[in-house]
Design a binder for this molecule. Structure first.
Ligand code: GLN
Length: 478
């Protein structure tokens, strides 16, 4: 038994029964990182002392389980770079609330994973340090921005990981790497200690090998937090308990805009044939319309950069992070620090954002985008009057080649078309693997549910996992 291949729930069970120890699991994970991370490059920082850490963990729901954390989530005393030159040396003096919660349950940090700089991107190619590779095919991207977290889980270089999702950054890499990724309802999980990209869209969530693990980890990181005023005072359920509930009688909507032209044939076929399997379980399936889908990408690329331009104003070389060496006075210091410290994509977003917020353009862009956002949200509300969940492909294609889209930002932005509306509407969604394409690359299926109805989302995902048995049938070659 290779202990690094265990799921979280399996690892916990074996540790509880005394059949293995946290140290043995940490040793297996570390050995695997040494073997394959040179090729995959999922980690920016590896916790080389994870075996020692595993010896002295607290007793709790995650006792001794090595979990990887995206490098835009603050870890006290451990470098948190956001994959940016401007934060290359930043060591946070505090833990994000999610990290604090996992610590309280005895988790072991496996390391900090690579991402697109400040989580802006869909491939990890925007990392200032290096590109992470897809464990299923090293010439392809793992997706992004949480590409390091998804690749680390897929290649068994950790037991589970955390990512963040502003427009698809948990779900799309999970889809590309053949693992499970859950974006919780906006407000379900505290954002305190997540380096802000677009505050009205960002959520932290689990990336895992199984649906049970996603349920288990979600429960641990969820809940109202006085340090984040947007976290919601909603009860945290025992999501895992409800997984095996019957799905019979549930109503599933298939939005026609998500199965239209331009999508890879095999992606559409696999998702639809998985839906057929659900139908045999007594689920009612019907086509619906989310008519404002076509405006989602445009709306997102006004709202997210606008918020980013404001959030990123703090990186000025004064208090922390990178500072230019040669400068002539304060303004020149700001100018040079930001010119040298930010990468091209981040600069592009800051410029887009300041432009759309400028007084002469505010009404035409930002205000209008906020109105369209409301229409997108209403599309979902209308469908959820008659349906329990919506099923779509997670991404229009499987993993693309490194370099294939990096020179064309617009093509890259369009690859987020199926994930972005979910963030604009604030609803929860999960990506689970449902098959492979003819190149042997994983295909992700997305399930979307009503706000705070992660229980139904996970129940449907669990049933699909049982029907498809992806993990039992396929694994990456690496
Ligand atoms: N790919 C999207 C972007 O570039 C979403 C990223 C994310 O969810 N953090 O903004």
């Amino acid at each position: 038994m290779q202990l690094n291949r265990l799921s979280l729930v399996e690892a916990k069970r074996l540790v509880d029964k005394g059949e293995t120890s946290p140290e043995e699991i940490a040793e297996a994970v570390l050995k695997r990182i040494e073997e394959v991370d040179g090729k995959i490059k999922a980690y920016i920082t590896v916790n080389w002392s994870m075996v020692e850490d595993a010896k002295s963990v607290k007793n709790g729901k995650l006792s001794g389980i090595p979990i990887a954390v995206k490098d835009n989530i603050c870890t006290k005393g451990v470098k948190t770079t956001c994959a940016s030159k401007i934060l290359y040396n930043f060591v946070p003096p505090y833990d994000a609330t999610v990290v604090e919660k996992m610590k309280a349950e005895g988790y072991v940090l496996a390391g900090k994973t690579n991402l697109d700089e400040f989580a802006m991107g869909s491939s990890t190619e925007n990392s200032a340090f290096f590109t992470t590779r897809n464990p299923w095919d090293l010439e392809r991207v793992p997706g992004g921005s949480s590409g390091g977290s998804a690749a680390a889980v897929a290649a068994d270089m950790c037991i589970a990981s955390l990512g963040s999702d502003t427009g698809g950054s948990i779900r799309q890499p999970a889809a590309f790497c053949g693992v499970v990724g859950l974006k919780p309802t906006y407000g379900r999980v505290s954002r305190y200690g997540l380096v802000a990209f677009a505050s009205s869209l960002d959520q932290i969530g689990p990336i895992t090998k199984t649906v049970e693990d996603a349920a288990y980890l979600l429960e641990i990181i969820s809940g109202r937090d006085p340090m984040d005023s947007t976290s919601a005072p909603v009860d945290v359920e025992d999501f895992k308990q409800r997984l095996s509930e019957d799905v019979k009688g549930l109503r599933v909507a298939l939005p026609k805009e998500y199965f239209a032209e331009g999508i890879q044939g095999e992606v559409k076929e696999e998702v639809l044939s998985t839906v057929k399997l659900l139908e045999k379980e007594g689920v009612a399936v019907d086509e619906v319309s989310l008519p404002h889908t076509e405006y989602a990408v445009a709306t997102y690329y006004i709202v997210a950069p606008a918020e980013a331009s404001s959030n990123l104003a703090r990186y000025d070389g004064v208090k922390y992070g990178y500072r230019a060496e040669d400068f002539n006075g304060l303004i020149d210091m700001y100018f040079k620090t930001r010119s040298e410290g930010f990468g091209d994509e981040v600069k592009r977003r800051i410029m887009l954002g300041t432009y759309s917020l400028a007084s002469g353009y505010y009404d035409a862009y930002y205000l209008r985008a906020k109105k369209v956002r409301t229409l997108i949200k209403r599309d979902f509300e209308r469908v959820f009057e008659n349906f329990d969940v919506i099923i779509t492909p997670t991404s229009p294609t499987t993993a693309f080649r490194i370099g294939e889209k990096s020179s064309d930002p617009l093509t890259m932005y369009l690859s987020d078309i199926f994930t972005i509306s979910v963030n604009l509407a604030g609803v929860p969604a999960i990506s689970i693997p449902c098959g492979l394409d003819s190149n042997g690359l994983p295909i992700g299926l997305q399930i979307i549910a009503k706000p705070f109805d992660e229980a139904t989302l996970l129940k449907v995902a669990y049933r699909i996992q049982e029907l498809v048995d992806f993990r039992g049938r396929y694994s990456p070659k690496v």
